[in-house]
Design a binder for this molecule. Sequence first.
Ligand code: NAG
Ligand code: NAG
Length: 186
Amino acid sequence: MKLYFVLVFGLVLPLIRAQVPHWGPCPEPGVQPAFSLKQFMGRWFEIAKLPAQFEKGRCIETNFTLRTDNSIRVASSEILKGEVRKIEGTGVIEDMKNPAKLGITYSYVLPYSPYWIVSTDYVNFALVYSCTDVLRLFHVDFAWILGRNRSLPDATIEKARDTFATNNIDVTRMIPSRQQGCVKTL
Ligand SMILES: *[C@@H]1O[C@H](CO)[C@@H](O)[C@H](O)[C@H]1NC(C)=O
Ligand SMILES: *[C@@H]1O[C@H](CO)[C@@H](O)[C@H](O)[C@H]1NC(C)=O
């Protein structure tokens, strides 16, 4: 069912054209032990991402807040062609035994996409991974380095890339996100 939706909505094929698909099923990275959803809430800036999307917006940030029903309000914004664009989604912990494995959706007609917190110290950085298997033949994945600040020290970014790599996540094509001239957001 999940795959059906993804294919019907045409999300997969454009992505495959935009990046080299990885053969085989998704890697299974470790995730942040003893993950605290509460500490993760709040504002995060996108520092770097995979795949490279040069045409996309800049100043991308997301504000996570807990709703009273324990779901997560996911409010993202970016500046695209000089305009602030906002999108709101919903996040959930999909498996209470694995609280660092969140699912996020931006539309009630779409299934939750994985949003796994691979590692975070809550106050500086967070490493997020999302991967979807396609027929177990190959997988399409996304990875983000998030920061509480609009920039992170180079050493933190290097360490983040290493962490992804040791979890079998290929981040050679990861590119920095533009976070300059962002006064217009929020
Ligand atoms: C994040 O969202 C909450 C709830 O809507 C709001 O109170 C808070 O001001 C927001 N923070 C930022 C930085 O936008
Ligand atoms: C955030 O960045 C600003 C300027 O880029 C810097 O002055 C500040 O120390 C940073 N804060 C943290 C917590 O790293």
